[in-house]
Design a protein around this ligand. Structure first.
Ligand code: PMP
Length: 477
């Protein structure tokens, strides 16, 4: 049965065997797994088959997947290029695990990745293969910046998300790799511009009252803070920023603001680390989100889509930063051959088919649809994002708005909308402050009719969620 149009290619999923008992599998998971489990709580499904933007549950139900492995699956599930590359690698007898040794598969991946990198990083750009998570690549980037500058303090932003591993090095005994100390030792938090929840309370959204804009104030504040001898900021090792904050609630940095950040860091010799773990590989409508503003980082952090759905994380950086010593950032799983071949196939397909342009085009359609949805629904306070990385913040319009017109976030409503979406066959996730932002991260190959279905389900689910909320006042998801 044809179930999705993948970038013009019709694809299919074989019927699901009736052998699984999803309720029993879910019950065993609840009993056996940690109370820290996340997605499994809010998306109680048992995926057994998947293709393109569609996931099939063990109960035979089909879901449109607007989470895509938290933005990992640029080509959707089981893209033929990826499946073929993995199958060929397995059939070839190549070793599957190779630490960081050179292999033909790694060589080919490296060649493809280099062809995709921002040219401003230089032809002598260096790559470091990290442990296979975005967080480990962030740790590597911080350590590299600290080593290269001899400084410890990191500059980071309100709303930023970079991973969960900050403690690993702190409890490690090997002084050689603890030197310099983990970045957690000193982080200075800077204000990230937000068009709806401006850290200065002035906002920067179109239509807001005239006056200084939040992005402009952020730049003025950062410059003055860094230059203030009594500002408390010791010499920074680096500044880390997402071009579009993902987990922070889908907040895009304005292009002019990013260019100013580049200038501030360049003038002061502070390495600029762009975390493109979520935004990379076409997601925001350009291959790298930094291309919207035209800036080049000193260190680029990559993971998620670069492994084609399999675990991989890499940093790319200017050659002059390459002053760390052998073993300075090591790990067992840095040569996953299947991730190399899946990643290479993904990067090539995105590049050859211009899937970044496609993300821009379909993202615009989705954004227009979300704006229409928000227009006659006061519970949808703000719609935003770039390319196929979009969000809608849910608010309580019965509560007083703040000075810039934003009502309080409504996390209960957001959780209800997510549940109503799932009931209607749409997988979405939440993020942002209080978890009140609906996040859409569909694969870049999502079909145009699928976009219309996403919008129809979202509208219906939002209305149902608002009805439940107002009917009971105390909904349960
Ligand atoms: N940086 C960003 C921007 C991310 O979105 C994430 C994960 N959502 C990470 C880093 C951490 O990646 P991982 O979960 O693979 O450690």
């Amino acid at each position: 049965m044809t179930i999705s149009a993948r970038n013009g290619i019709s694809t299919s999923i074989d019927p699901v065997p009736a052998a699984w008992d999803p309720a029993a599998i879910l019950a065993r998971q609840r009993e056996r797994e940690s109370s820290a489990r996340t997605y499994a709580r809010t998306l109680p499904i048992v995926p057994v088959r998947a293709d393109g933007a569609t996931v099939v549950g063990a109960d035979g139900r089909r879901y449109l997947d607007c989470l895509s492995g938290a933005g990992t699956l640029a080509l959707g599930h089981n893209h033929p290029d990826v499946v073929q590359a993995i199958t060929a690698a397995l059939a070839s007898g190549a070793p599957l695990h190779t630490l960081d040794l050179a292999t033909p598969e790694k060589d080919a991946f490296t060649e493809e990745l280099r062809a995709c990198l921002p040219p401003g990083l230089g032809s002598d750009v260096k790559l470091h293969f990290c442990g296979p998570s975005g967080a480990d690549a962030v740790e590597a980037a911080i350590k590299l910046a600290q080593t290269a500058t001899g400084n410890q303090t990191m500059l980071a932003f309100t709303g930023g998300y970079h991973g969960m591993t900050a403690g690993a090095l702190a409890v490690t005994g090997n002084v050689a790799v603890k030197n310099p100390l983990p970045a957690t030792a000193s982080v200075v938090r800077l204000p990230f511009p937000h068009p709806y929840r401006c850290p200065f309370g002035v906002g920067s959204a179109p239509g807001r009252a005239a006056g200084p804009d939040g992005a402009e104030l952020s730049i003025r504040y950062i410059e003055r803070l860094l230059d203030d001898p009594l500002g408390g900021v010791t010499d920074p090792a680096g500044l880390i920023v997402e071009v579009v904050q993902g987990e922070g609630g889908v907040v895009a940095a304005p292009d002019g603001w990013l260019r100013a950040i580049r200038e501030i860091t360049r003038r002061r010799g502070i390495p600029l680390i762009l975390d493109e773990v979520q935004t990379g590989v076409g997601r925001t409508g350009r291959f790298w989100a930094a291309q919207h503003s035209g800036i080049t980082p000193d260190i680029l952090v990559m993971s998620k889509a670069i492994g084609g759905g399999l675990p991989m994380a890499v940093i790319a950086y200017r050659a002059e930063l390459d002053v760390w010593t052998p073993g300075a950032h090591t790990g067992t799983f840095r040569g996953n051959q299947l991730a190399m071949v899946a990643g290479r196939a993904t990067l090539r397909r995105v590049r050859q088919d211009g899937l970044d342009d496609r993300a821009a085009r379909l993202g615009s359609r989705l954004l227009v649809g979300l704006e229409a949805l928000a227009r006659d629904r006061p519970h949808v306070g703000h719609v935003r994002g770039r390319g196929l990385m979009l969000g809608a913040e849910l608010v309580d319009p019965t509560m007083a708005a703040d000075a810039v017109g934003a009502h309080p976030a409504d996390p209960r409503l957001a959780a209800l909308v997510r549940a109503e979406c799932l009931r209607r066959g749409l997988i979405i996730e939440l993020g942002g402050r209080h978890g009140a932002v609906i996040r859409l991260l569909p694969p870049l190959i999502i079909g145009e009719e699928e976009i219309e279905r996403v919008l129809a389900i979202l509208a219906d689910a939002t209305d149902a969620a608002v009805r439940r909320l107002t009917a009971t006042g105390h909904p349960t998801t």
